[in-house]
Design a protein around this ligand. Sequence first.
Ligand SMILES: [Zn+2]
Ligand SMILES: [Zn+2]
Length: 246
Amino acid sequence: MRFLGVGNAASLRLGSSCAVLLRDRLPLLLIDIGPDALARFEAAFGALPQAVFITHAHLDHIADFEPWFYRLAFADAPLPRLYVPAPLVPILQRRIADFPNWIAEGGRNFWDVFQLIPVSETFWHGELKFDVFAVRHHAPDAAFGIALPGSFVYSGDTRPIPDQLLAYPTETVFHDVSVRGNPSHTGLDELQRYPETVRARLWLYHYGDSDEAALAGQRLARTGIDIALAEPVALATSDGQRAWTR
Ligand SMILES: [Zn+2]
Ligand SMILES: [Zn+2]
């Protein structure tokens, strides 16, 4: 996993939080696309993303949809796959897509340039099966985490989620952190309430510019540093999938 930014909505220096799952050193799946994520992705990989998962619809996680649309609207490029938890689709429609004049000349709808794939509890990508689960951020069904069993859990923006993490006893855990907890994010003291078996697997992100000193001693994700993950759980169906899916 390589983070392209590790900051919260107010920390421009750290970049908006987003991360790329790599396989064989190539980008497989980008998680979130906040401000400047597109440029950071392109600088790292020399191309636009081919697949993105969206955790929720705060602008620090989706703002780069607009520049991404314009890059795609005039290009003859394959549609990138956009995995969006189903409850977020109407929110994305209101917050991003429902703009009357995407192109002055007309002729383009926002969704023309993306392959929108609403997802529920699981989805397939790159012959891997990912889990999706609700987290605790402002309101029920407002934000979602993603996991690749055997490999990683990515909390997205959330309050503590001990119930969800029970399902992932060995995976690396990428987790929201704030120095002080609040109704939307997990405080450092709250992280200490996770059992040691969870705390030992945490990498923290979504912190603030001024938080780094207070978080000294914690394992903080850093932009541009690759974090090795265990192999995902082998799936009995994966050979069959490969044979007949694109
Ligand atoms: Zn955020
Ligand atoms: Zn948020």
